[in-house]
Design a protein around this ligand. Structure first.
Ligand SMILES: Cc1cc2nc3c(=O)[nH]c(=O)nc-3n(C[C@H](O)[C@H](O)[C@H](O)COP(=O)(O)OP(=O)(O)OC[C@H]3O[C@@H](n4cnc5c(N)ncnc54)[C@H](O)[C@@H]3O)c2cc1C
Length: 410
């Protein structure tokens, strides 16, 4: 049986960044094996719903490491290689092909999988989901000659895909179950800003709607809504959320609860096995709660963290949750966790695309949204959330520098 010192189960973003960090830390040739169900070497996923989907980026430009990197550093990447199970006690993985491979240390980074529609007609042609490069290519190809698209969902994937399709000149309708866009994250005023922005760029928004059926012969031709309306379309893209991929480790002995349960060192309940990225339900030491984050920066930071841990470092993982998105000509960023906020402060003008929003809990900053603002606001966001900075809401609302809002703890 082939044996590796280090193994990464999953060849996505965690794997790409962990491999890079291990190499920078002097890992020897032949020590790392990456097992990936995907058919491409690790790539950045955010462009799949932005520049890659729009045709401005290609396969090569979104790779995390160049193709030669893996060969040059003696890293074996097994593509189209699906892991069926992990035997944590024997330290082996069992491949779908029947082969067994051994490891000394393992990082589980299987990511997340898209939730799919279960309504009648969901299996028709031209119904798409977006997780992999292959998915993005299929949507891009279909969008080449589609005239009308229905995008299901009101979160960031649906927002990004709608923006790209609308910019391709496709008549795009967003079908949103909630009463406003990205309700889970945005304040009502922020949702209103984005809804107006989308409407002004030709995207039609149908809110508070439930779908009953996708209709068509072999390919989808329309979406039927609960209120009797139908939305005609040549393609449907559903961005209705993801769930962690835990099936391959189901009988491994690792604790599973909304992902793989890891401690603040990203260690699973089995010694020698870490989990990272979208699949990891970790102990967040900053907010003192369990959290599973489905975002880029988390995958990058946890991949790098695990590489350092394999190299012998042991310091708790501490990280401000972070997310970014690009839609139309806007780019915005979001830090922290607003769940327990008791006050929300807006800065700038929410009728323009330059504003920031700050969530406070007992005057301390716990989350921030920043779009087209001076750099000092971006810099303050992470620093303040990390240090639990107390601020004056009145001063933060004003026009002077954000640093003027800092208060010493009372
Ligand atoms: C279209 C899209 C756009 C995004 N845009 C943004 C954005 O703008 N901002 C942001 O912050 N985040 C964004 N994200 C989220 C970000 O890309 C993810 O958080 C990140 O990819 C998670 O990395 P990961 O390594 O945990 O999982 P993934 O990158 O999903 O990698 C998981 C890997 O595991 C493999 N795998 C799964 N099961 C098996 C198995 N049984 N055997 C072998 N291999 C297996 C998969 O094939 C894949 O290679 C986006 C995600 C998508 C899909």
């Amino acid at each position: 049986m082939n044996q590796s010192k280090y193994m990464i189960l999953g060849g996505g973003m965690v794997a790409g960044y962990a491999a890079k960090e291990l190499v920078e830390r002097g890992m020897k040739s032949g020590e790392l094996t990456i097992l990936s169900a995907d058919n491409a070497i690790p790539y950045e996923r955010p462009p799949l719903s932005k520049s890659f989907l729009a045709g401005k980026d290609d396969e090569k430009s979104i790779r995390i490491n160049a193709e030669e990197f893996y060969g040059q550093h003696g890293i074996e990447v097994k593509l189209s290689c699906e892991v069926a199970g992990v035997d944590a006690r024997q330290k082996t993985v069992h491949l779908q092909s029947g082969e067994d491979l051994g490891f000394e240390k393992l990082i589980v980074a299987t990511g997340a999988q898209v939730k799919t529609l279960t309504i009648p007609g969901a299996n028709l042609g031209d119904v798409y989901y977006l997780r992999s490069m292959e998915d993005s290519k299929k949507i891009r190809t279909r969008a080449g000659d589609a005239k009308r698209a229905a995008v299901i969902g009101g979160g960031f994937i649906a927002m990004e895909v709608s923006a790209v399709l609308a910019q391709k000149g496709i008549e795009t309708t967003m079908l949103i179950r909630e009463d406003r866009i990205w309700k889970q994250v945005f304040t009502p005023a922020m949702s209103k800003f984005f809804e107006d922005y989308y409407s002004a760029r030709g995207v039609r928004l149908v809110k508070q709607t439930n779908l009953t059926e996708l209709k068509g012969d072999s390919a989808v031709k329309s979406v039927a809504l609960e209120d009797g309306r139908t939305v005609g379309c040549d393609m449907v893209v559903a961005g209705i959320g993801v769930s962690p991929v835990t099936e391959p480790i189901a009988n491994s002995g690792m604790q599973i609860a909304n992902g793989i349960v890891v401690n603040e060192y990203l260690e699973t309940s089995v010694p020698g096995i870490h989990a990272a990225g979208d699949v990891a339900n970790y102990q967040d030491t900053l907010f003192n709660k369990r959290r599973r984050v489905e975002h880029w920066d988390n995958a990058v930071s946890q991949g790098q963290y695990c590489a350092r841990a394999l190299s012998g470092e042991r310091k708790a993982f501490s990280h401000v949750p972070y997310f970014f998105s690009d839609v139309f000509d806007l780019s915005y960023e979001f830090w922290g966790d607003p769940a327990n906020a008791d006050q929300i402060v807006e800065r700038g003008d929410l009728s323009t695309s330059s504003f920031s929003v700050w969530w406070l809990q007992q005057k301390r900053v716990i989350a921030a949204f920043v779009m087209s603002r001076p750099d000092e606001e971006r810099d303050a966001a992470t620093k303040w959330i990390e240090s639990k900075q107390q601020v004056s809401a009145e001063k933060l609302k004003g026009k002077s520098s954000v640093s003027d809002a800092e208060e010493s703890a009372s």
